[in-house]
Design a protein around this ligand. Structure first.
Ligand code: SPV
Ligand code: MG
Length: 340
């Protein structure tokens, strides 16, 4: 129960647009549950100019949300189960959240999903232009079928039609490079989705080299110039991760997402710990691979709970800036409300 990082939905939702307007690249890291969201939100490095180097927001990946449940990434889970994970994450982070919406499913499902995400305070959803049910894009052997771009554009418009705010963003994810249809097809689809009113584009690739993504980013500049408006663009350098985030921003990306790294890191560490305990017939040697329990207590707010248990009146008086030990503590006391 970490209550330190709560942000009201309207405030949180608007954060991504504000970051995008701040004219610097936005760096996003994946989260798949409350704990990974806490790690993603609280990790930082001191930087040379005295500012903290930290991620700007979180990506709730379909690959890692399903893998963390022991499931393949094939749009298996219900929207309701997905929303549970999203709420778990949103409750523990103050950072803006982008949700991977897979294909969005049927238009009516997508309308429902968008309305729920907007309500929770998620800043953006990304849907991919493949047919439902999709297969994860990083798999070379899987067969992927692209959606008719006009059908996909209509789904985007259906999602937009239910929104109550101007803050929530819908990104169209282009899968042309995943199915080897090339940069021209990706640009043609981008044009259709931009004209349909999408808030931004994600270009995805499973190539190890940057060439195609680089060509797309160049073509996107010309496309936006021709259309007379520009919407932000997201890159996901999982396979072409020799390039730096800085390079991608220089070439025209607005958002870079590191899409699955916390789950892969957790899996790797878990496997190492299992093997170390089996090998040594005890857990002592695994200690150095594990976070101390006290750090977990701190991170998930248990240390705060214990402190509150020990001196509730003292902590309440801190919170309300008043001595409540002798006061009449009915919740709606005007003096207490004023102090809050
Ligand atoms: C995800 O993180 O679930 C994505 C990106 O959709 S990828 O797995 O690369 O397709
Ligand atoms: Mg996904």
């Amino acid at each position: 129960m970490s209550l330190k990082h709560r942000v009201l939905p309207d405030v949180r939702r608007a954060c991504l647009r504000a970051l995008l307007q701040s004219s610097r690249g936005v760096r996003i890291i994946e989260a798949h549950n409350g704990l990974s969201a806490l790690v993603a939100s609280t990790s930082y490095l001191p930087s040379e100019n005295g500012n903290r180097l930290e991620f700007d927001g979180l990506w709730i990946s379909s690959l890692t949300s399903s893998a963390s449940k022991g499931l393949p990434d094939i749009e298996l889970g219900s929207l309701e189960r997905r929303l549970e994970t999203i709420e778990e994450i949103v409750h523990v982070t103050h950072k803006p959240v982008i949700v991977d919406g897979d294909t969005g499913g049927e238009a009516v499902n997508f309308e429902y999903f968008c309305s729920k995400l907007e309500q929770i305070g998620v800043s953006a959803v990304v849907i991919e232009d493949k047919q439902y049910p999709k297969r994860n894009s990083l798999c070379w052997k899987a067969s992927h079928t692209l959606e008719d771009p006009k059908v996909f554009a209509a789904k985007i418009q259906r999602g937009r039609s239910v929104l109550l705010s101007n803050d929530f963003m819908i990104f169209a994810r282009l899968e042309s490079l995943i199915v080897n249809q090339g940069v021209e097809d990706a640009l043609a689809r981008a044009r259709i989705y931009l004209l349909a009113g999408v808030d931004g584009i994600m270009i995805h690739s499973k190539e190890r080299t940057i060439d195609q993504v680089h060509a797309f980013l160049n073509g996107y500049k010309y496309l936006c110039a021709e259309l007379g408006f520009r919407k932000p663009i997201i890159c996901v350098p999982t396979t072409y991760n020799v390039v730096t985030d800085e390079d991608l921003f220089r070439w025209g990306a607005d958002i870079v997402i590191h899409a699955n790294h916390l789950l892969r890191a957790a899996h790797h560490a878990m496997q190492q710990v299992c093997e170390t305990i089996l090998k040594n017939n005890r857990s002592l040697e695994a200690d150095e691979l594990c976070t101390p329990v006290s750090h977990l207590f701190e991170l998930v707010g248990f240390a705060d709970v214990v402190a509150r248990d020990q001196s509730p009146a003292e902590i309440l008086s801190d919170v309300f800036n008043a001595d409540l030990t002798t006061a009449d503590c009915t919740p709606c006391q005007p003096s207490v409300k004023a102090a809050v």
